[in-house]
Each structure stands twice: as C-alpha cells, then as structure tokens.
Design a binder for this molecule. Structure first.
Ligand SMILES: [Zn+2]
Length: 344
C-alpha cells in the first residue's frame, strides 16, 4: 500500500510500505477513507533533522474495517469507524477514569512500528477499545466533521472542560489555528456567555465568530492583554484557553485571566516554563490542561456532530489526494490552509 513517510524537514513523500496485517487477536485492519494533517505534524515538517530515520506520520483518520482479530467483538468488516489520535484499550483503570491518554495499553500512531494515519490502511491495535462505529455511509457529508473527533475537536473541548467553562463563564481563547477556533466552538457548546478570540488572521477569526466568538482581538503581547482587560472592565476572563503552545501565548494567558480564574493549555506546549509566580499565587490562578483524552470525549461529542448541532469540519479549507500530501504540508506550513483533509 501507499503511505506518507517523512524523511526530514520539508521532505514528505508517499511511498510503498508493507500492507497492514492482523498480528494480535486484538487488532483490526482499517482502510482509510479520510485522514488529515495536524498542527503537530508540522513540528517534524519544520525541524526534523535529515539524520533521523524516516518515519510514518499522521494520527487522525476515518476508515472502513477490513478485518478483525479473533478477540475483537462489536466490529465487523464494512463498519465505518473513527479512531482517536492514539490507540487505547478503553478498559484499564485510567481509561475507566476518563484519562484514555494515559491508557496502560495505549500507544501512538506512526511510532514504535505502528502505522501512521496518512496512508491507505492502518493496523489498529486494541481495536475494540479504540475504534468508534459511525452510523453513516462512506459518502456522508458529515465525514469532515466526524474526522475532527480524532483529535482537534476533542482537544478544543479538553481546553474548555479543564478550564471549567460553562454558562456564566467568560472565556478568552488564544490562537486562531484549528485548535483555537474549535476551542471557541467547544466553549460555545458548553454555554459560555462571552468568548474573546485572540487571533490576527481575518479568515480564521471570522470562522471563530461563526463558531461563537463574541469578540476578536488582533493585538498581541502587552497590547493584546490591555485590550482584553478593557473589554472586561479591567478584570480579564474566568477561563483562558491557550491554543498556540508558544511562550508569548502562555504569557498573554496569565495577563488576561481574571483573579480566581483558570488557564488551560492544550495542543502540545513548546515551552518548558510557565510564569506562575508569587503574584499568580496571590491571585488564585489555576493552571491546567494537558494531553487530550480524546477517546473519552468522543461519546459526548459524537451525537452533536451527527445531529448537525456543531460543524467542526468547517476547519478544513483544503483537500488533497494522498499523492499530493506534500503540497498539503507546504500549504499548512505556509499558512495558506488552516487544516488539510487527505483522501487516500
Ligand atoms: Zn486503557
């Protein structure tokens, strides 16, 4: 089969790789219908040294079950399924507690010899726990929105949930990437009364407005902090969702959070230190967020996607064939595209 392989920064190729086969009785083989490119895929695309061994890539997919191992029940050949960005048994103590990202039998796609999602098919370990059956056909118009359940929509949701967003909450979302605008959608879905989106790309912030942002602040740094504080009577907001992952973003987050408020960070922070100083202690600021337990959230988010109450798939603004996947990477890296759908 053909699959995407990354050889180094800027060097993504489609190559012939071994067909996936059932190796463990808990496996399934899934033919990929739709995959996509994640902001985190851009990290190696921007910085992977050519000296590192080439690696499969991609961790978001929807597909059709082709084959199941003898221990897999509840799934059959022909079922349409979505997979979260990592596989998990969904039965261990962490999974039962809702922390599927810490699953004792979990692992990541495209690492340790496991298939990546940007290819024609995937061997799925722990298939019964990992795969969620979707009650739609392979040509459903809902596929893009259902695909966001793999990672990006649950990640926006995780930011909002860990920050305690609900009715009467005022929220600031930092970042107008795919995670940021879906954090807006998630905060709106949870009932937030006001959502200030900090971003400076007009086509992305207008999607953020369509998803429920009530205010858009294009300023950054101290100026951005001051504008948000002016909008909120000087206080800042109860919840701040940091969806960028860079040091200036977390600094802004602590600048715009209200006393007693919560800062949540998702999407893989690229900084080692956070500005939680004595002043933040006196202000009773909480820092939370983390690695998204996507599997645990899909059951909650799926019905609203199926009903059309939310349309997270609107983040996809470009579609490429698998053979053109390198162009998809380039378009996302150059910020020509917000999020790219890949059709094998
Ligand atoms: Zn588990």
């Amino acid at each position: 089969m053909r699959a995407t392989v990354i050889h180094g920064a800027g060097d993504v190729r489609v190559e012939t790789v071994p067909d996936p086969v059932i190796r463990e009785p808990t496996d399934a083989v899934v033919r990929v219908l739709r995959a996509c490119i994640c902001g985190t895929d851009l990290w190696p695309y921007r910085s992977m040294p050519a000296s590192e061994p080439a690696s499969r890539i991609g961790h978001e997919f929807i597909g059709v079950v082709e084959e199941t191992g003898s221990d897999v029940s509840g799934l059959r050949r022909g079922d349409l399924v979505v997979a979260p960005y990592m596989f998990e048994d969904n039965t261990c103590d962490f999974c039962v507690e809702g922390l599927t990202s810490s699953c004792r039998h979990g692992g990541m796609w495209a690492s340790d010899g496991f298939d990546g999602a940007q290819g024609e098919a995937v061997r799925v370990p722990q298939a019964q726990g990992t795969l969620i059956k979707l009650p739609v056909g392979p040509d459903s118009a809902l596929l893009p929105s259902l695909l966001t359940l793999s990672d990006v929509f649950p990640t926006g949701h995780h930011a909002a949930v860990t920050a305690g967003v609900g009715p009467r909450t005022q929220v600031t979302v930092i970042g107008d990437g795919a995670v940021g605008v879906l954090a807006v959608l998630a905060a709106r879905r949870l009932g937030a009364e006001r959502i200030i989106l900090m971003g400076r790309h007009p086509e992305r912030t207008s999607l953020g407005r369509a998803f429920g942002a009530t205010d858009v602040v294009a300023d950054r740094g101290q100026q951005g902090v001051e504008v948000v504080r002016e909008l909120t009577g000087g206080d800042g907001t109860h919840a701040v969702l940091e969806c960028v992952g860079l040091r200036p973003a977390i600094e802004m987050a602590f600048g715009v959070v209200r006393d007693g408020g919560v800062v949540s960070r998702v999407g893989g922070p690229q900084y080692d230190e956070v500005p939680v100083d004595f002043r933040m202690w006196t202000r009773n600021i909480t820092l939370t967020g983390g690695f998204t337990p996507a599997r645990a959230y899909i059951d909650e988010l799926l019905p609203d996607v199926l009903d059309g109450k939310v349309e997270p798939g609107r983040v996809f603004d470009r579609t490429v064939d698998l053979s053109d996947v390198s162009d998809g990477y380039r378009a996302m890296a150059d910020r020509e595209a917000l999020k790219v759908l890949v059709v094998p």
